[in-house]
Design a protein around this ligand. Structure first.
Ligand code: SF4
Length: 60
């Protein structure tokens, strides 16, 4: 599974970082990025909570 943030969509709201601080961080550009793809996050649930659908998941 691959997970990444589409920065062109992200509005930096912080929902994903609040739900899984081990997995996401807000970068210097004020937008979220995946910090640790191996973190024990519920990636799909977090993606469904992103208000702009910026969290992308690709199954292997
Ligand atoms: S929840 Fe979505 S819009 Fe908000 S910071 Fe995370 S990726 Fe960006």
């Amino acid at each position: 599974m691959k997970v990444w943030v589409d920065k062109s969509k992200c509005i930096g709201c912080g929902v994903c970082t609040a739900l899984c601080p081990e997995g996401f961080e807000i970068g210097e550009d004020g937008k979220s990025q995946v910090k640790n793809p191996n973190a024990n996050c519920n990636w799909k649930e977090i993606a469904s909570n992103c208000p702009v659908g910026a969290i992308q998941i690709e199954e292997d």
